[in-house]
Design a protein around this ligand. Sequence first.
Ligand SMILES: [Cu+2]
Length: 390
Amino acid sequence: MVVLRVRVFVTFALLIGVLAPATTASAATTYEVEIGRFLEGAPAESMRFLPGSIDVHRGDTLHFSSFGFHTATLLPVGDGPVEWFDTMAEPGTSDPYAIFQPDPDDGSYKFSVQALLPSSFTCGAPAQPACTFDGSSLIDSGTPEEAALDFSTTVTAPRGSSFYVVCVIHGPKMRMEVNVVARSEPASDPADLAAANDAAIQQDTDSARALDEKFSALRTWHKGPDGSRVWDAWAGVENSNVALFAMYPRKLVLEKGDTVQLHFDSLNYEPHSATFPVDVGKEIVRGSFYPSCDPDGDAGPGPDNPPDLEAPPFCADPTQLELNFDPRFVPVGGNGTFRGADLESSGVRGLLSPLGDDNWDLAFTRTSGDEPFRYLCLVHPWMRGRVVVR
Ligand SMILES: [Cu+2]
């Protein structure tokens, strides 16, 4: 027994002796990854993963941080972002990561609870050990519970493999690619990545300011079928890297009988709505994201019940949790003609919305008087626009 122990010890010591120089030369690196960044000079966010692409060695750690409402969701090796969203998050379906899911119990919609939850409650968060991603199954940070996202995972996926990290809230275009390179090849240099991030943010800041300026100044219209004017407006504007959170133009002045045509087709990431009037919109927002417990699931005939608990996870059985929207939140509301106080809403539109990103028209048949008509976005209620009808 003693001999065996000595032999094991010697063998172990030899191994360490042989491996030590190589291990030191390629010590594991922790890479910083920022998910989105709010920009200066425009009401805008860069929707990039910073960096967007990285080469790592097995054993390196990715530390994700964000001040936005995002997730770090590591897709299994071989899953492309578009096909993964098609399979797991088809808009308007009950797919687990479809953020607006139909709720058969009340004929309305609910928010994907799966999209909010981390894949593990015992790893990845600041006071916990890093999670381990071996490439075979998804690892998900969930959305931040506090003000900011802070999530770590060590990469043990096979050498030579690549995988994607996506944000399940903002869709397949918000992503990064990770390549696990051989020991003999260099991994990314953090200083190079930081310099590339700075350049990307400068580019996004410039393009966000230019977009904000351009769309704020636009006053374009075409003639409708009856000869009245149809004015263009945009609930948020995006390019391939940047999302702007404002109504464009912020104020339109119309003649009675004119129409406003809201555009959503630039949206790559964010869902938005244009909802009149503001006080009804605020009421809809207040009545949304409320928890309830559904004991028999969507297939069962029983209704959603009030929460069992006052704080998360709200339900004695957490798998029963649903986060519900006011029935007026997601769908189109009204009849397409605004008379001053009635609800008229485009519904929530964009790439990941059940309604898609088609235009929405609203006619104005009453003058606005001293106070302009005001509208907001139900998803981002600080986004406001005004319409003066003379
Ligand atoms: Cu996101």
